[in-house]
Design a protein around this ligand. Structure first.
Ligand SMILES: CC(C)(COP(=O)(O)OP(=O)(O)OC[C@H]1O[C@@H](n2cnc3c(N)ncnc32)[C@H](O)[C@@H]1OP(=O)(O)O)[C@@H](O)C(=O)NCCC(=O)NCCS
Length: 195
C-alpha cells in the first residue's frame, strides 16, 4: 500500500481475537473503566491522572466517542472485552500521527485484576493489525517509561524493537522520566501477524 492509498481506518466492530472483543467504549463501561482508571498505580506511567467518574463521562462523550481514523492527528480508543464473559478488562489506543510518513503509535491499559493473562498483549497485537493491515501504516511506535517494566516486556512480546533510550527525556509527574522507544515496521509485521 502506498502513501496515496492510505485514507482511513473504519473497523467492523467488534474486532475479534481468540479471547477478546475490541470495540468502542460506551456509557455502559463507566464502572468498569473507573475500576482501573481511577487507580494511582495504574496511572503511574501514563499521561493522565487517576480519573473520576466525571472525567470518564467527559472522555466518553468526546475523545473516546471516535470510532474510526480518517485523518492524521486522530486517536482511536477501543475497549477490550472478554468474549467469554462480556467483562471490560482494559482499553487500547491507536494514534495516527502522520499521513505523509504513515506513522502511528499504540498504547495499552489493563485492569490489574485481569493482568498476567496476556490480554493486553492480545489486544495490542490486534491493534497492530488495524494499524498495518487496516490503515496501511509504515511504522508504529510505543513510548514507555523505563521504570514501567511490564509495559516494556509487552512491547517486546509483540515483536517491537527497542530503538532508543532517551535519558531524562521528560519531566513527568514530578520526576525526570527516561523513555524507551519501541517500533515495528510494516515489513516486519508479517513475521508477527500470525503470532
Ligand atoms: C502494561 C500492562 C498493560 C501490562 O500488563 P500485563 O498483565 O503484564 O500484560 P498482559 O495482559 O499482556 O499479560 C502478560 C503477562 O501474562 C502472562 N501470560 C499468561 N498467559 C498469556 C498469554 N496467553 N499470552 C501472553 N501472555 C500471557 C505473560 O507471561 C506475562 O506475564 P509476565 O510478565 O509475568 O511474563 C499493565 O501493567 C498496565 O496496564 N499498566 C498500567 C498502564 C500502563 O502503564 N500502560 C502502558 C503505558 S506505556
Amino acid at each position: 500500500m502506498s502513501a496515496d492509498q492510505q485514507s482511513a481506518l473504519r473497523p467492523v466492530y467488534p474486532v475479534r481475537t481468540s479471547r477478546l472483543l475490541l470495540r468502542p467504549l460506551t456509557v455502559g463501561d463507566v464502572d468498569a473503566l473507573l475500576a482501573y482508571r481511577s487507580r494511582p498505580d495504574v496511572c503511574r506511567y501514563v499521561p493522565f491522572e487517576p480519573m473520576t467518574r466525571e472525567v470518564i463521562n467527559e472522555r466518553l462523550a468526546s475523545l473516546w466517542a471516535n470510532t474510526e481514523l480518517t485523518d492524521e492527528g486522530q486517536a482511536l480508543t477501543l475497549g477490550v472485552e472478554l468474549a467469554g464473559t462480556g467483562e471490560l478488562v482494559g482499553d487500547v489506543v491507536l494514534f495516527w500521527h502522520s499521513r505523509l510518513h504513515r506513522g502511528g503509535e499504540i498504547g495499552w491499559v489493563v485492569n490489574p485484576d485481569f493482568g498476567g493473562q496476556g490480554y493486553a498483549t492480545e489486544a495490542a497485537h490486534a491493534l497492530l493489525g488495524l494499524g498495518f493491515d487496516g490503515l496501511g501504516l509504515h511504522r508504529v511506535i510505543a513510548r514507555i517509561d523505563e521504570r514501567n517494566g511490564p509495559s516494556a516486556k509487552l512491547a517486546q512480546r509483540l515483536g517491537m524493537r527497542q530503538e532508543a533510550r532517551l535519558v531524562h527525556n521528560e519531566f513527568f509527574k514530578g520526576e525526570w522520566s527516561t523513555e524507551l522507544d519501541f517500533a515495528m515496521l510494516a515489513e516486519e509485521w508479517p513475521a508477527y501477524r500470525g503470532a
